[in-house]
Design a protein around this ligand. Structure first.
Ligand code: ADP
Length: 719
């Protein structure tokens, strides 16, 4: 708002205010000059409308000035008294603005642009009107001293009711009107648009509704005219109040406001003419107070009912929208659920959700089919769940298995025998935990029938094992005959072709050595895969020291630099001694092998216990593993360094992985921060049992049980 516009608005409000003061003088009751209407409401709306005006100071000057001049022109009151009234009006208007913006900042004039929409808005406005009137009335009484009379506190209720009624009526109208003007462009665009909107609304309004409006207005106007126009001094206000209720519940809120204002005007008009229910009260001050209370009551009751209805309608509309959205959402969710159910049911793999108490809250037909032998577990020794080596899971083990699945299971293979598949099917179980907010967790279990895959793999591995084994004999013959031929050639006298023949035979010896390496690895691989695991407590430190010594001897014998070992404290592990040695030898051998020619291999081997597992780290200063191949090197025949003269078959780490997995451990490769690589292996820690010793010492002693002391588990056990 620019400065000029601000001043123009101030002038306009001042004119309206002067008009209101003059009209107020017309409502004076009796000869003592007590006006029924006072422009306190106009001042309140004025100051609310101008709260963001550029020339706000002008309002502070204009209001007292307008009041003083009007009073001077029409009455003989002293200028000081008139000015005091003006200042009181400014103060009152300011307090109203401040209280309204504090309680209902959303309303027009209080900082927002909204009209009153709920009874809460009305209570806010009423509270602000009361607060402002209390101050105004108190200051008004005190300033009477300026009329050279002592303050008369009996005027206080009169001022209070008059100010409150005025601010309530004009303030409510101002909030509705101000909001409509502010949002006019947004809603209608132009005056033409507004007309069209009104016309369209009128045309769309059913006839019975128009009839209802007309009927109610006619009846209530008639009732007010009779109630106040009669000289019979009948106390009919209660009838008029009930009409207010009817109007408020049936007609639109702005219309209720308009209706009540018109009716208030009728009531005031007749009362000042000495008619109506209040005219029989002889004390004019009491009469004025009663009229003000009646007007305020009609306005409050009417607006409270109308706004309560509006609020309920708004809430109902919001509820209806939310219900529609919810229904739509439910429909979408149901369609989604149907789709998911169809997908899950048509999956070849089994899927189920296991709840924390072990119950299945969801499972698809494939899940039931794949575990169809399981229901015979308790009753039939032939059907149920088995390990891959054919040993049957006991009830306790199944309970443990279930708990393990709820924790997290990765590719666990079990054999399920059922009447419809007597030879059994191998089912791979994968479970993913589903944590809940209450701290419990379910698990999503996925089953895959891997029978064919496993058989195929086993057949291939067996075939490789058999072939490798059968190749060893002819290879030994080739080796033997080559050695014999070399010995025979070395005894011959020099001949031009002799050196060439010896070189060819030496190459053939190297080729047969490489082939032997491959066959050895193939055999080791099948052993690592198939051989029974016999876990025992193994002194890891001793095994590592032994391998280190052997590797040092081999290097010195081969005229290579002796590797340097730093071996930390290594806790004992529970593992198959043969397979464990094979595992560590492979890893240490690789660490030495994959070191640059001119560098002395330096290995750091450390270990520590972490819960039930022991973690072993083998770090080297070698050539390192190429980026992105740290997982791939554990695959069969995968070689990360094919050039550079590093001999190998690509089976060593596959063997290591297999051995570790058969011990329920893990193996990973990473870059050594100081250069080279670092292989980390986890294996089960040695089993120890804690027994209480009641007599000897309080507390407990740790002893190693028989099995842990080195006695192997029953033969034939496979993990
Ligand atoms: P290989 O018979 O080739 O040694 P492995 O299975 O033992 O086969 O190892 C697979 C590949 O992993 C190797 O070819 C090599 O590229 C890489 N590798 C294994 N150990 C190490 C190591 N300590 N440092 C660097 N690379 C290694």
């Amino acid at each position: 708002m620019n400065y000029r516009r601000s001043l123009a608005r101030t002038a306009l409000f001042a004119l309206v205010y002067v008009a209101a003061v003059l009209i107020g003088w017309q409502t004076v009751l009796g000869p003592i000059g007590t006006g029924l209407m006072w422009p306190a409401g106009v001042a309140a709306v004025w100051f609310c409308a101008q709260r963001r005006a550029r020339a706000r100071w002008a309002d502070f000057v204009a209001l007292p000035l307008a009041l003083t001049l009007t009073v001077q022109a029409t009455h003989s009151a002293s200028p000081t008294a008139a000015l005091a009234f003006g200042v009181t009006s400014v103060l009152q208007a300011l307090i109203f603005c401040w209280l309204l913006s504090y309680w209902r900042p959303n309303l027009w004039g209080a900082g927002g642009t909204e009209p009153m929409r709920s009874p809460t808005d009305l209570w806010g406005l009423l509270g602000a009107a009361l607060g402002a009137s209390l101050c105004g009335a108190a200051v008004g009484v005190i300033s009477e001293q300026l009329f050279d009379v002592s303050p008369d506190w009996s005027n206080f209720p009169l001022y209070l009711t008059r100010y409150t009624a005025s601010i309530l009526v004009v303030g409510s109208a101002g909030v509705f009107l101000g909001s409509a003007v502010t949002t006019f462009r947004l809603h209608y665009g132009s005056v033409g648009g507004w007309w069209w909107h009104c016309l369209a609304t009128l045309l769309n309004t059913p006839l019975w509704r128009i009839g209802e409006y007309t009927g109610i207005v006619v009846v209530s106007t008639g009732a007010y005219l009779i109630g106040f126009g009669t000289t019979a001094q009948l106390p009919l206000t209660f009838v008029l109040l009930s009409l207010t209720v009817l109007v408020a519940t049936r007609l639109s809120t702005p219309f209720v406001l308009l209706h009540n204002t018109v009716m208030a005007a009728i009531a005031v008009q007749y009362t000042i003419r000495g008619k109506g229910p209040f005219s029989y009260v002889t004390d004019l001050q009491t009469q004025t107070i009663l009229v003000q209370i009646f007007l305020a009551l009609v306005m409050v009751v009417g607006l409270a009912l109308a706004l309560g209805r509006d609020e309920r309608n708004t809430l109902m509309a919001e509820l209806a929208v939310e219900r529609a959205e919810l229904a739509e959402e439910q429909q979408r969710a149901a369609a989604h659920a149907d789709l998911l159910a169809t997908i899950i049911d048509s999956m070849a793999g089994g899927l189920a959700v296991v709840e924390p108490d072990g119950q299945l809250s969801l499972r698809n037909p494939a899940f039931t089919k794949l575990l169809s032998g399981f229901e015979h577990q308790a009753t039939d020794p032939v059907f149920g769940l088995f390990r891959l080596d054919g040993t049957r899971y006991s009830e306790e083990e199944i309970a443990h298995l279930r708990a393990h699945i709820c924790e997290e299971a990765q590719d666990l293979d079990v054999l399920v025998r059922s009447p419809d598949m007597k030879e059994g099917r191998i089912v791979q179980i994968t479970a993913t935990p589903l944590p809940h907010r209450d701290g419990t967790r379910s698990a999503v279990v996925i089953l895959h029938d891997v029978t064919d895959e496993r058989r195929h793999r086993d057949e291939l591995a067996n075939f490789a094992g058999v072939v490798a084994h059968d190749l060893l004999n002819p290879l030994s013959s080739v080796d033997g005959w080559t050695t014999v031929a070399l010995a025979a050639l070395s005894d011959l006298p020099p001949h031009p072709n002799l050196d060439q023949a010896i070189a060819d035979l030496t190459r053939s010896t190297r080729a047969s050595e490489r082939m032997r390496g491959l066959i050895d690895d193939l055999l080791a691989y099948t052993t690592a895969r198939d051989a029974a695991v016999a876990p025992a407590t193994v002194d890891l430190g001793a095994v590592v020291a032994d391998i280190a010594e052997a590797r040092t001897d081999a290097a010195v014998g081969g005229e290579k630099p002796a590797p340097r070992f730093t071996i930390g404290e290594l806790p004992p592990v529970e593992a198959d001694p043969v397979l464990l040695r094979q595992l560590l030898d492979n890893l240490i051998g690789n660490a030495i092998k994959y070191t640059a020619a001119e560098i002395t291999p330096t290995l750091t081997i450390t270990g520590h216990q972490d819960g039930d597992m022991v973690e072993i780290c083998i770090a080297d200063n070698g050539i390192g593993i190429p980026a992105g191949q740290h997982d791939a090197i554990f695959g069969n025949f995968h070689r990360a360094h094919t050039g550079g003269g590093y001999q190998g078959t690509g089976l060593g780490l596959a063997i290591c992985k297999r051995i570790v997995e058969r011990h329920n451990g893990t193996i990973t490769a990473a870059d050594n921060p100081g250069g080279g690589s670092c292989f980390t292996v986890t294996l089960p820690a040695a089993v120890t049992v804690t027994l209480p010793l009641p007599d000897a010492h309080p507390g407990a002693a740790t002893v190693t049980p028989l099995r842990a002391a080195g006695r192997p588990s029953p033969p034939g056990r496979r993990l």
